[in-house]
Design a protein. Sequence first.
Length: 68
Amino acid sequence: MDEKDLQKAIDLLKTVVNDSNVKNQKFIDLTLVQAPERPKYQKALLVTRTMVEHGKITEEELKIRLGL
């Protein structure tokens, strides 16, 4: 996985960022995705988590890039 894979994953996940009931808080909402499309979004989540675990991006930078 490289920066290109990470950016593709972030771009995909940004489409399902939703506002929370908690003021000024957002979250990734996979319920917005049709069931047949969910594996693609789950893979994108896996890519982002793996990049954080391998130190390629910080948790804070990921949240910023996702708009969370």
